[in-house]
Write a protein that binds this ligand. Structure first.
Ligand code: C6P
Length: 408
């Protein structure tokens, strides 16, 4: 394994929160899959917006409004460039992945009929299950599940068998939040298109680790939450191919999304505004752009390589604990480790390590079907970012060992 060339200690200085103590111990933040931490550069962009040019966008002729509009649209351009998207109007600002998925699911109401089929992977977050179930209830379409194996990989032969002329949509995450599996989305998209189905990829867990290329993937829809990639909460994006976004009806009605309104009839604005009703999270959008700048200044290849190093080190160290079992052992994984120790509830481990300043997530991770598959109530999930260190992995291992000795 190649050692990283990143200066991790210098990077850590960009994150003020990493200097704090929790319960009398230096914070060890290993809940990055839930929400990543925010570098000073992004905090500065937020402060700068509120200190210098806080104003509504696309509406005012005054200078502040124009400055805010320019910064917001510049952020859209940064997103376009980062994800190699053809048109900036294919970037829709949303409040995050959940809203992005609901926008598409609601929009498909009029495109589905009874008996049509929707395929969804067995390792989805609830936000990529429930909106489709609701869509099926409204339209009479049928939800079918692409199964996974014990390693936490999709059974691709089954996927190919499930695809038929009845399949209209396929939904899958790029990376599983509970297992870390990187799914073969290129193969999934190509096969779905051959069968005449559209594909939505939930990129919530991938975007902080993999620079996804919308044109190379040829995906129809892709979703991202900024707060998982060094940005603020409450903002994200929906990428949609122009042809789809033109066909889908507006998601919400209100200001900004209209061309003309009379009491008899309303016509809608062009893309992207058709899907951006009301005053958006202006500051959040600008800060999302700053987060992309920050992560790109470090470099996604270097990030992925270092996180892989952390993943392998942490996997090895954790497996040395007797009775510890890792869920999700796919060949291609991001830096997420879900585990349990026989005879101990994950919640108890999470509570004890928190007393040592270590933040991990415990529970079903909003992915109950995965827990049902493994017949467990939940897991302890440690998720690593490029600002974590091997020293922090050691602290996790010590903490988990201590919890085990206390509880067994
Ligand atoms: N997963 C986790 O701890 P929002 O909340 O809209 O930003 O993202 C929802 C979402 C959708 N898909 C995947 C794969 C996700 O991981 C998440 C969020 C967090 O795993 C919080 S539940």
């Amino acid at each position: 394994m190649i050692e990283t060339t990143l200066d991790i200690q210098a990077i850590r200085k960009d994150f003020p929160i990493l200097q704090r103590e929790v319960n009398g111990h230096p914070l060890v933040y290993l809940d990055n899959a839930a929400t990543s931490q925010t570098p000073q550069q992004v905090i500065d962009a937020i402060v700068d917006y509120y200190q210098r040019y806080n104003a509504n966008i696309h509406r005012g002729v005054h200078t502040l409004s124009q400055e805010a509009t320019d910064a917001y649209e510049a952020a859209r351009q940064k997103i376009r460039k980062h994800f190699n998207i053809v048109h900036s109007h294919e970037v829709i600002f949303t409040s995050g992945t959940t809203q992005s998925i609901n926008l598409v699911a609601t929009g498909f109401n009029s495109f589905l009929k009874e008996g049509d089929e929707i395929l969804v992977s067995a390792m989805e977050h609830h936000s990529n299950i429930v909106p489709w179930q609701m869509l099926c209830e409204r339209t009479g379409a049928v939800l079918k599940v692409i199964p996974m194996n014990l390693e936490g990989e999709l059974v691709m032969e089954e996927y190919h068998n499930l695809l038929t002329s009845r399949t209209k949509l396929v939904f899958c995450n790029h990376v599983s939040n509970a297992l870390g599996t990187i799914n073969p989305i290129k193969e999934i998209i190509e096969a779905a298109h051959k069968a005449g189905a559209a594909v939505l990829i939930d990129g919530a867990q991938a975007a902080a680790h993999i620079k996804a290329d919308m044109q190379a993937l040829d995906v129809d829809f892709y979703t991202v939450s900024a707060h998982k990639m060094c940005g603020p909460t409450g903002v994200g994006m929906l990428y949609g191919k122009e042809e789809w976004l033109k066909k889908l009806p507006p998601y919400q009605g209100g200001g900004e999304m209209i061309a003309e309104v009379t009491f008899e009839k309303t016509t809608y604005a062009d893309l992207p505004h058709k899907f951006e009703a009301g005053t958006p999270n202006i500051c959040g959008g600008i800060a999302f752009g700053a987060a992309l700048d920050y992560m790109n200044s470090i470099g996604f290849d270097a990030i992925a390589q270092y996180e892989d190093e952390l993943l392998h080190y942490a996997t090895e160290q954790l497996l040395a604990i007797d009775g510890l079992k890792i869920y999700g052992t796919a060949a291609h994984k991001t830096s997420v480790i879900s585990f349990n120790i026989e005879g101990i509830h994950p919640y108890d481990i999470g509570t004890i390590v928190d007393k040592l300043g270590i933040a991990v997530r415990t529970g079903h991770h909003c992915a109950q079907p995965i827990m049902d598959f493994y017949k467990i109530p939940g897991t302890v999930r440690a998720s690593f970012s490029f600002y974590n260190t091997k020293d922090e992995v050691d602290k996790l291992v010590e903490g988990v060992t201590r919890a085990k000795n206390m509880l067994l």
